[in-house]
Design a protein around this ligand. Structure first.
Ligand SMILES: NC(=O)C1=CN([C@@H]2O[C@H](COP(=O)(O)OP(=O)(O)OC[C@H]3O[C@@H](n4cnc5c(N)ncnc54)[C@H](OP(=O)(O)O)[C@@H]3O)[C@@H](O)[C@H]2O)[C@@H](O)CC1
Ligand SMILES: [K+]
Length: 502
């Protein structure tokens, strides 16, 4: 699914009106109906509903929603913020319709004294400001937001929590943003919803389709995308009847050191469960029995060192290489990593300690082969590319890094963010907090490696791998919950995840 900036969404709204064609007031009615329908289905009908309406179309939505909730006899009071300016456009029509309906209590807020006290067992519907916010909230608007946040009531935001920008909130006043329990957003999630620091404002979010025109969406260019099941399913290649293990590639995994062999075991198992034909796991001598016993399906390549990775094996036989989990950062490992990069492997995944070694030797970045896949978590990315003030700034750094070194970067987390050298950005839609546990990243490396070895392009191996990893986590969480989830559960649910994509 494409993701757009608020400005672009306004453009798509305009194009929809022209192409469908539909009047703006009717589009607002359609959007508001979706909100009202969700509210009616999801809230306690005995509770008082406080609707807050701002000066623009977000407020217009709130006014229409109030009228629709009154059809179902819900107890609604509308508070319209009054900056002393005349309402304009569609909100005027919706205000008149409410007056004519005469079932909803209508109030205006024109000073701090007129801001209502809101009981805890109330529902607030926040239609103060939407995608047309043009500066941080202050004055009366900020006071209303603070009063709503203080109330402890259940807050449902229309389209976007009032006060939050759809993209960059670096310069925003964070005390002047609604902290919603639920955000009901139109047609597309906004970019800022995908950044972890905005979770306290956005709450749980639901996308409500409002029938924006497919041609308008198609015509509007964007670098931003959200991974969907349909998109990923379309990338999975069927396994042909006459295929054999040679068809599905031979992966080399360089992982594990004395005391950290679990990383090698997990990545190896995940790689095998991702459909690779053959896997060779390169391990130090002390890891030999461990890997043979734990992953009998893997072949082994034994390092001369007793404890760490110290020498690159002949890489010519392998279709893809993964390096990093559990490696440690000893001097001989650092030199061996450099030698591997100098050997210019054509398909490479780099994770964990291999990334940490890189970040301590930044002059090696130029050795990175084109389309190498780097899978840092935010802290590792910070070591690679420097600190960022927030996730939006980090995304800009990530894009620069991908473009400069022509590599794919996966910044792991809730909604893992993937950047490609050509400037495209993909946010993942699968996964859950249960996956924030040791070994989860090793599993991802194994999956991506397995897909790369099967001759998926670096881009597809990354996108499929990240999505599948999260999906396996979601399937595991439905069975055992998030608390008890461990990395091994991701591997044991990979099969079911693949089945869902067929
Ligand atoms: N387009 C469509 O077809 C559809 C759109 N829909 C809905 O429309 C919403 C977008 O509507 P919108 O563009 O009217 O913007 P919105 O956020 O309501 O506010 C603009 C007003 O706020 C004011 N203002 C801004 N910042 C301010 C500040 N810091 N402090 C104080 N004032 C401030 C600004 O004033 P100005 O600066 O322009 O004088 C202007 O008056 C969108 O989120 C969705 O809910 C749906 O109905 C579906 C169809
Ligand atoms: K809002």
């Amino acid at each position: 699914m494409k993701l757009f900036t608020c400005k672009q969404i306004a453009g798509i709204d305009q194009l929809t009106m022209k192409l469908e064609p539909v009047l703006s007031i009717d589009l607002m009615e359609r959007a508001s109906f979706q909100i009202a329908d969700w509210v009616i289905k999801n809230i306690n009908h005995d509770w008082q509903i406080y609707l807050f309406a701002g000066p623009g179309n977000n407020g217009g939505d709130a006014l229409a929603v109030a009228r629709m909730l009154a059809w179902s006899n819900l107890k609604c009071t509308v508070y319209r913020i009054d900056f002393g300016r005349e309402l304009k456009g569609d909100p005027v029509i919706n205000w008149q319709r409410l007056e004519e309906q005469n079932q909803v209590i209508l109030r205006k807020i024109d000073s701090e004294d007129s801001i209502p006290e809101i009981p805890v067992d109330a529902i607030v519907i926040d239609g103060l400001f939407g995608s047309g916010l043009n500066k941080p909230l202050d004055g009366l608007a900020k006071e209303i937001v603070k009063q709503i946040n203080r109330s402890g009531a259940t807050i449902i935001s229309i389209d976007i929590p009032s006060g939050l920008f759809g993209e960059d909130n670096s310069k925003n006043d964070l005390s002047a943003i609604i902290k919603a329990d639920h955000t009901l957003t139109f047609q597309f999630p906004k970019l800022s919803f995908l950044f972890p620091e905005n979770c306290e404002f956005v709450g749980d979010w639901t996308v409500l389709p409002i029938g924006l025109h497919p041609n308008a969406i198609e015509q509007t260019e964007t670098p931003y995308h959200f991974l969907t099941k349909k998109f990923i399913s379309g990338k999975i290649k069927p396994r042909e009847k006459f295929s054999h293990k040679g068809t599905f590639g031979h992966a080399l995994l360089i992982a594990g050191s004395y005391g950290k062999m679990g990383a090698s075991v997990l990545a190896s198992q995940a790689c095998l469960r991702s459909g690779v034909g053959l896997l060779t796991s390169h391990v130090p001598q002390s890891g030999y029995e461990i890997i043979q016993n734990s992953v009998p399906e893997a072949m082994t390549s034994i390092d001369p060192s007793e404890t760490v990775f110290s020498e690159v094996p002949d890489i010519s036989r392998y279709s893809a290489i993964g390096i990093g989990p559990g490696l440690d950062k000893k001097q001989e490992t650092q030199q061996a990593l450099k030698a591997l990069l100098q050997a210019k492997p054509s398909k490479l995944v780099i994770d964990a300690d291999a990334l940490n070694i890189l970040s301590e030797n930044q002059d090696w970045y130029d050795l990175l082969p084109e389309n190498a896949i780097l899978t840092p978590h935010p802290k590792e990315f910070e070591r690679l590319a420097g600190a960022s003030f927030n996730s939006f700034e980090r995304l800009q750094k990530q894009l620069q890094f991908s473009a400069k070194y022509k590599v794919i970067v996966v910044c792991k987390g809730a909604h893992s963010c993937i950047t490609l050298p050509d400037g495209k950005v993909f946010f993942n839609s699968t996964g859950n907090p249960g996956m924030a546990t040791g070994g989860s990243g090793d599993v991802l490396t194994g999956i991506i490696l397995g897909l790369l070895a099967q001759n998926y392009s670096a881009e597809d191996a990354t996108l499929i791998g990240v999505y599948l990893h999260g999906m396996a986590g979601d399937l595991a969480a439905t069975e055992i919950g998030e608390y008890s989830l461990i990395a091994g559960d991701l591997i044991s649910h990979l099969g079911k995840a693949f089945l869902q994509l067929e």
